[in-house]
Design a protein around this ligand. Sequence first.
Ligand code: NAD
Length: 252
Amino acid sequence: MSGFLDGKTIVIMGVANKRSIAWGCTQAILDQGAKVILSYQNDRIKKSLERFVPDDLDLIECDVSDDANVSKAFEEIGQKYGKINGVIHAIAFADKDTLTSGLVNTTKEGYDLAQNISAYSLISVARYAQPVLNNPASILTLTYFGSTRAIPNYNMMGVAKAALEANVRYLASDLGSDGIRVNAISAGAVKTLAVTGIKHHSDLLKESESRTVDQKSVTTNEIGNVAAFLMSDLSTGMTGDVVYVDKGVHLI
Ligand code: NAD
């Protein structure tokens, strides 16, 4: 298909299943003509992907909990595909106790794990992707409103998202002279695997839907379309930004 991403190659990290925000991004980016490479966390996720991902999408393993994996994945990407035009980082994790116990009860281990996977990994991805990124290129991550407001039950993930958004600004400043932009989409709540880890997540989803401007939650397709724009040269004027794609939830 032909579109505003014709000729671009984009790496998308974080598709777990068809509900994943990263899958909404994948479809929108394919619709605009790009080649897509998906990275997956482990064999369990790979098996899930093999059930619905078309054969012509390449899959590369990358568990971001270890820098060596991130380095190896981008080396492999460089060797197989040459220079790429963008990376989408749609990855977050906190263990169940940390997510459900209230921030005041967060252990050091729980804090470190959530920060490592959900915020530090963007730095690691940017560092190891840098040698294979073209000029211009785009890095995008996914964040949530709980970074700036104390959203009930979002707990430690809100702290990790605040760090992630600061990472976006500093990385944008570090990498700007190489023509690499770094932005985040602050997505509205959508029912994905990650959300089900949040205590009373159905209340969060309902509350969020009721606060949209038209009482209809944002879809992963709508998030994906903005991701496609941010991957494209139409957005070369934007870097270090957090763009809300939440149907107005943040307004109220
Ligand atoms: P999801 O569960 O579909 O995706 C999360 C992904 O993170 C999975 O693919 C998982 O394999 C990956 N992951 C976790 N640990 C990893 C590791 N060590 N190495 C590599 N990958 C790892 O859920 P989602 O909601 O699509 O989440 C994608 C991003 O969007 C996350 O950053 C999430 O915080 C963010 N986000 C989600 C919502 C929402 O309401 N769903 C709202 C705003 C932002």
